[in-house]
Design a protein around this ligand. Structure first.
Ligand SMILES: [Zn+2]
Length: 159
């Protein structure tokens, strides 16, 4: 595609797609809700502010737009024709941040599920993917009681 928009225009356009409470994110929430799960949203005290947090399962879900987060091999992850360097740097940063957040969360004992927006054409598969992550692990992981894990946000006494 030839990008006829300036960087500012394209940024505004894509930001509307990226924002909180986007369609894909709402769809995943609805899916989990219908399946009977309880969750929290946008945990600002966790690395990367995961879109959905399932505290009981110590699991977080990121719902990623394929364009911004560079879904590998996805036709939505196009490269705008103009301002290539700008976009390359931006995408590289996004992907590096995502990786860093996932790593930090795992170190804190969270399971991390990434849902790609394009996958929501098959909602039953998305739900299955999340539920696979929620199943207790018997081999590679040991269940740790939540208290033994580092607290994310602790209130100092008297504040
Ligand atoms: Zn995709």
């Amino acid at each position: 595609m030839t990008d006829t928009l300036t960087i500012a225009e394209r940024s505004r356009l894509m930001a509307r797609i990226r924002g909180k409470n986007t369609g894909p994110e709402r769809a995943v929430r609805a899916l989990l809700h219908r399946a009977g799960y309880r969750f929290r949203l946008h945990a600002s005290n966790l690395p990367g502010k995961p879109d959905i947090v399932l505290p009981r399962f110590r699991t977080v879900v990121f719902v990623h737009g394929c364009f911004w987060h560079r879904h590998a091999g996805c036709k939505v992850a196009t490269m705008p024709k103009s301002h290539r360097r700008f976009w390359t740097e931006k995408f590289t940063r996004n992907v590096a941040n995502d990786r860093k957040h996932r790593r930090r969360l795992r170190r804190m004992g969270w399971r991390v599920v990434t849902i790609w927006a394009c996958g929501l054409k098959r909602p039953e598969r998305v739900l299955a993917q999340i539920e696979r992550a929620l199943r207790p692990r018997t081999r590679r992981y040991v269940m740790v009681p939540p208290r033994a894990l580092p607290q994310v946000a602790e209130r100092r006494p008297g504040t």
